[in-house]
Ligand binder design. Structure first.
Ligand SMILES: [Zn+2]
Length: 223
């Protein structure tokens, strides 16, 4: 186990590249090759200070079991709309410009490698791989609820969970401009590999989420 307490320069690319290679191995039913490709980031555990507030009613907005932690601000955004925002934004973060991989895709990889890429529904420090913070996106409101922002598509943006936690309640419009050069042509957040990774999880994996979790997300992403 390797303790990780901060996101370092270059971590997003390091994790995205490793996980893309893992996913392509799994989608090709080459689980031992995928395990090898996970090695550079395998077994890392987040011990940092970022926190992910729970919604008051414990309601789930991502199709996961009740009680899964969601940021209060995401509660008026349906999973389908979140998928739509990620696709519209080209699976890149509006804050840092880096690539994102949606949470269900990471969960599907974790289904196969629960020790290499440990997942915890509440993002509990000491129990989750830092990739969930560094790579998975959330939907954030450009203009915050408190300032009258709505849940309409044009007021929503894709942000890494870590970027979202760090920027707190500063509206995106007040933040430095995104470095669009970082966007990657053809990057699809590993969506094209997602069905293959889910299939690998059914063969080799350990399910630790609601039965319909992946079925629902495949539908939200139009797969
Ligand atoms: Zn970011």
């Amino acid at each position: 186990m390797v303790r990780v307490e901060e996101r370092a320069e270059g971590d997003t690319d390091l994790y995205v590249d490793a996980l893309a290679a893992v996913a392509s191995g799994l989608a090709a039913s080459q689980s031992s090759l995928a395990a090898e490709r996970l090695q550079p980031i395998a077994g890392r555990i987040w011990h940092g200070r970022l926190s992910r507030p729970r919604s008051k009613d414990g309601a789930s907005t991502d199709g996961a079991p009740r009680g899964i932690a969601m940021r209060g601000r995401e509660r008026d955004v349906t999973p389908r709309k979140r998928a739509e925002v990620f696709i519209r934004d080209g699976f890149c973060c509006a804050y840092c410009g880096g690539r994102v991989i949606p949470l269900p895709v990471l969960v599907a990889i974790s289904d196969v490698f629960p020790e290499g890429l440990p997942y915890h529904a509440y993002y509990k420090s000491g129990h989750i791989h830092p990739a969930f913070w560094f790579v998975a996106p959330e939907v954030d409101h450009v203009l915050a609820h408190a300032s009258g922002g709505t849940g309409e598509l044009e007021n929503l943006a894709t942000l890494h969970s870590a970027c979202n936690a760090m920027k707190a309640d500063v509206p995106i419009t007040d933040l430095p401009p995104v470095e669009r050069a970082k966007r990657v042509d053809g990057w699809d957040g590993l969506l094209s590999l997602y069905p293959g990774v889910v299939a690998a999880g059914e063969t080799y994996g350990t399910r630790h989420h609601a039965a319909r979790y992946h079925t629902d997300w495949l539908r939200y992403f139009g797969l």
